[in-house]
Design a protein around this ligand. Structure first.
Ligand SMILES: C[S@@+](CC[C@H](N)C(=O)[O-])C[C@H]1O[C@@H](n2cnc3c(N)ncnc32)[C@H](O)[C@@H]1O
Length: 233
């Protein structure tokens, strides 16, 4: 039985999971049992050892850019949002994910902020009001999406629409090329791409840079280990 995902009082939710199997594959891993192991597996093992980008670097990116009206997409357990410092005690927080287990897990963890929940596919129109927020966070989401970074770049256009003028998109992704992958990273990339959990073999660092540059007037991409950290406004 699926957990009950409270629907937002102000934001409409997309009820059905899209038919595209490659999109479904990118979020199918996030079952309740996997989410219980997520923080340990991802942030105690994979991030520091395989991708060589410690959690503290990601939390620092949040601390720099997160605003009082924030939308986070691809939330899993909500660990980064839990650890970051919002500029106000009670931010206006919206969580968006295609997977109801991720939404339920993150919203429970972040219940002190009473977040709104929005179930939607980031590759399709988001169905959120224009100018809703001052910041959008998108961490470790792009490498779960099917296609090349050129195909995935539609999400930057969607982000620009929900951001108020001057607002910031920020996040992290693991490109397949343009960064240095150690042996463990190469093995995990190969396995995860074969299983459809990740789809980033053809994600090129320079395509990320170009795609952000097309949509935003100002952007920055920094590489830490195998991970590209980005921000754009
Ligand atoms: C690797 S987790 C990232 C979690 C968290 N942001 C972090 O950095 O630890 C990816 C999340 O993206 C969600 N996701 C995958 N494909 C999606 C899609 N097409 N639209 C919206 N969310 C998606 C998954 O359900 C999962 O919660």
């Amino acid at each position: 039985m699926e957990p009950t995902v409270p629907s937002s009082p102000t934001v409409p939710s997309v009820p059905s999971v899209p038919a595209d199997p490659s999109v479904r594959a990118g979020q199918a891993l996030y079952t309740r049992s996997f989410l219980r192991a997520y923080d340990t597996l991802v942030y105690r093992v994979n991030s520091p050892l395989t991708w060589r980008c410690p959690k503290a670097r990601l939390v620092a990116l949040y601390d720099r850019h997160v605003s009082a009206r924030h939308l986070d997409i691809g939330v899993a357990t909500g660990v980064l949002l839990d650890e970051c410092r919002f500029p106000v005690p009670m931010p206006d927080l919206t969580l968006m994910d295609l997977n109801p287990h991720s939404l339920a897990t993150a919203s429970h963890r972040l219940r002190r902020y009473a977040p709104r929940l929005h179930r939607a596919d980031v590759l399709r129109p988001w169905g959120l009001p224009a100018g809703l927020v001052d910041s959008v966070g998108m961490f470790h989401l792009l490498h779960c999406l099917p296609g090349t970074l050129q195909d995935k770049a539609v999400v930057f256009e969607h982000a620009r629409q929900v951001l108020r003028p001057g607002g910031t998109l920020f996040g992290a992704t693991i490109p397949g090329t343009g960064v240095r992958h150690n042996r463990s990273a190469r093995w995990q990339l190969s396995l995860a791409n074969r299983r459809g959990i990740m789809c980033n073999r053809r994600d090129r660092l320079e395509d990320l840079d170009a795609a952000l540059g097309k949509v935003f007037s100002d952007h920055e991409v920094t590489v830490v280990g195998s991970v590209a950290l980005f921000s754009a406004r």
